[in-house]
Design a binder for this molecule. Structure first.
Ligand code: PEP
Ligand code: MN
Length: 273
């Protein structure tokens, strides 16, 4: 294991707990972060925000700046997407997670985001990590799809080194021999990271699997492995979604799964919110 003075448990035996508006990430509670892949329009985002509110879920996620593999795919609404996130945040009193892809956007994204996401494709964008180390908001750092656990921790170390101690690690699937899934969810990353680092660890079964019908079993597995949270894509009408529709859960299905996850959390002596 590489030298990790800030990310490892050696010098920091107590787990990092990130507090946001009465919500704690990395403590006993399991945190649900859900929303559309991309912010598409205000009305769709409002429907999703309302649904989260009704379930008592506090964090809405949605991309305004989208890192798309193809330059011809929908790239996100950009500034307009941030505006819609701000409106829905206010209307339903939610916290917002959204991705930041480049240095120039950090200031604008920080105005609406309570948690700034670094996507898989940017895990090793070192200038971005250094800049995010200088802000005072939590960073959700996704594991690169071809990155090792040590490399993920080194990227976290970049943020911590600049003074930002609020880093959440996210396993979102890695490249392997998967034939039936988009990536391969490395569930073993959860207990391994928990052993090495004090940082909260969450699981994204949506990008890992690419299939809406795998979200429930993978989420259950994530909780059993000790994840501190889940990041799940949902959409009122996945067939019409502008990105990642195949992996997005319909709101009714998500509601049912969330109830099921509540039961499992209880059995684990935790609570999902
Ligand atoms: C996302 O969360 O919408 C996303 C693009 O995920 P990833 O960076 O893990 O591919
Ligand atoms: Mn997505």
């Amino acid at each position: 294991m590489e030298n990790l003075p800030l990310a490892s448990k050696n010098n920091h035996p107590d787990n990092t707990v990130i507090s946001l508006n009465g919500l704690s990430i990395g403590a006993k509670e399991i945190v649900m972060i859900a929303g559309p892949c991309a912010v598409e329009d205000l009305e769709t985002l409002r429907v999703i925000g309302k649904s989260l509110k009704s379930l008592g879920i506090k964090i809405l996620r949605g991309g305004a700046f989208k890192p798309r593999t193809s330059p011809y795919s929908f790239q996100g609404l950009g500034q307009l997407g941030l505006k819609y996130l701000a409106e829905v945040k206010k209307e339903f009193n939610l916290l917002i997670t959204t991705e930041v892809m480049q240095l120039e956007d950090i200031k604008e994204v920080s105005k609406v985001a309570d948690i700034l996401q670094v996507g898989s494709r940017h895990m090793q964008n070192y200038p971005l990590l250094k800049a995010l180390g200088k802000i005072k908001k939590p960073i959700l750092l996704k594991r690169g799809m071809m990155a090792s656990i040590s490399e993920l921790l080194m990227s976290a170390e970049y943020i911590l080194k600049e003074g930002n101690s609020q880093v959440i690690l996210c396993e979102r699937g890695i490249r392997s021999f998967s034939e039936f899934t988009r990536f391969t969810l490395d569930l073993s990353a959860v207990p391994i990271l928990k052993k090495i680092t004090h940082l909260p660890v969450i699981i994204d079964p949506s990008h890992a699997s690419g299939c809406w019908d795998l979200i429930e079993p993978l989420s259950k597995g994530a909780l059993a492995c000790g994840a501190d949270g889940l990041l799940i894509e949902i959409h009122p009408n996945p067939e019409k979604s502008l990105s990642d529709g195949e992996q997005s859960l319909k709101l009714e299905k998500f509601k049912r799964i969330f109830k099921e996850l509540k039961r499992i959390s209880k059995a684990l002596k935790r609570n999902i919110i």
